[in-house]
Design a protein around this ligand. Sequence first.
Ligand code: GDP
Ligand code: MN
Length: 383
Amino acid sequence: MDLFEYQGKQYFARYDIPVSAGGVADTVEEAVTAAEAAGYPVVVKAQVQVGGRGKAGGVKLANDPDEVRFHAGNILGLDIKGHVVRRLWVEHATDVAEEYYASFTLDRGAKAHLAMVSARGGVEIETVADEDPGAIARLHVDPATGFDEQQARSLVERAGLPDKARQGAIDILQKLFRCYDEGDADLVEINPLVLTSDGRVHALDAKVTLDDNAAFRHPEWDRFRDIDELDERERLARSKGLQYVGLDGTVGIIANGAGLAMSTCDVVNQVGGSPANFLDIGGGANAEVMANALEVINSDPLVKAIFVNIFGGITRGEEVAKGIVAALEAVDIGPPIVIRLDGTNAEEGREILRGVESDRLISQPTMLDAARKAVELAGGAVR
Ligand code: GDP
Ligand code: MN
């Protein structure tokens, strides 16, 4: 999950990395309020998940409320590389003496973290890498041993940061590594990391990508999710705690486990159909989860047939079947449903389903049979 700059700065602040005081604003008047709170002069910054906002006119200095109104009015709605600005971050302006670069990211090939520091900041690091690769000091960090002050010092020296910035940069690098490591990020980048004219080292920008695989231990990440960027189906699914991927075919897919859900998409494609989505309801396919899943799928006008593919493991077949029956009583489903139930106690489960079967609810013994039936009910093969 990528964070906006203001969210990245909130994340940095938790690890004591110095950032400027500021506030978010979705309107011109909110920008003025945020500016008053931050203290003039301020910088008005577009919040979009793309670099080069400065060059695109998305970062402007303002000395008074009229200037804030002027810049906020121009930046809101601005299209920066296909991203329309809907939110601003307004922070107290920093008196910048020099601009540097610092980041940690995962180097999968090296099976290690990669730290990069450069005395050339404020320009995209790819540009520096092309034009002047020697200007970037790199260090692989062993995940088992971590990153210490000695390594931070060596990086800062090799990058050629001036003496007056060294201790501040070393401190920030150590905090930035904690933010990356304990904070479960895949990327943390400060560009520019600045030396202020009064000698402090400070993060002027923040780029943070969180590792979605660690989300289970970070309930606080929920507030970072950009609900506005999701479509209606994804919003509904997320609000019910379901993993949902929207596609553009006609067969709605519910399966327990992401692997099975993806295989189900493949089989639907194999028999000439086209998935409308895939919804992973996880291991505990109980009545409530099933009802929620059916409700999400049912709200999708693209769906012409629903394929429920459940392999009973820890959740036994009869529990799954009872869940489906209860869900059908709770939700008024439009499209016909094809169910393939297998695994632990599958026969007991199918017995329960037989009691409610109709031409709108059909049980099939294998995944392939079920896929064929679902595609047929969805209007036939599309290729
Ligand atoms: P980006 O262009 O999307 O990377 O946005 P940044 O947040 O990095 O801002 C772009 C540039 O604006 C920075 O490299 C700085 O040169 C400048 N800038 C941003 N904030 C300030 C500030 O508080 N004071 C000064 N003097 N310059 C700033
Ligand atoms: Mn930047």
